[in-house]
Design a protein around this ligand. Sequence first.
Ligand code: UDP
Length: 240
Amino acid sequence: MQQREILYEGKTKQLFQTEDPELILIHYMDTATAFNNIKLATIENKGILNNKISSLVFEYLAQKGIRTHYVKMVGDRDQLCRRVRIIPLEVIVRNVIAGSMAHRLGLEEGTKPSNVIFDICYKNDDLGDPLINDHHAVALGLVSYDELNRIYAMASEINHVLIELFDRVNITLVDFKVEFGYTPDGEIVLADEISPDTSRLWDKGTNERLDRDRFRRDMGRIREAYGEILARLERVIEKQ
Ligand code: UDP
């Protein structure tokens, strides 16, 4: 597919128009960022690994009946996706306490809460993606309460499918971030990516971090960790 005009450039991905107005091309780069762009680096081939991991995960979710924007992988760094209008919310699902929640509430990282925790953040770079609640989201005009309920239900379903998937490859799905968008006919679908850049994945045997915390916390061997995630997923997910 011939690449056209760039629609948007994010921190780790570029979005391009295609000859079909309903489809976009997402190009995964090797850039790594943390702490709202304060920490920046290039990790060779991370874009290739994340494209492959996110493609596999989205294909698996589709097999399990989750509606997504994903169409197919069309190159090492590229995937074709349906064009959607992104809802400016980051929905975070937490099965184990880690990261900002541990800091904010003075909890020990690794604590297992009695219930799954959902956070929402307002996607706004100038404001640093602040944590908000349902009422803020509705007051800001981002979504209705009804749409929020549908989004939480989808996030919960995705969580169940992914906990089971990662369990099969000996990984604890600690937490992850998802984004949703509207298709032209008004359906809410899962969009963006699911990869070690947007989730916390711990080896069940050793608790070794196999995700972006290796970059945030200068732990090294980032490419190896992402490669390990891809290799394990390839063992259990059948390519379409
Ligand atoms: N996350 C993300 N993008 C963001 C914020 C968070 O992908 O802009 C992911 C993050 O990688 C982790 C989960 O969401 O898997 C929860 O992140 P947290 O709120 O703990 O924030 P962080 O510690 O990443 O600042």
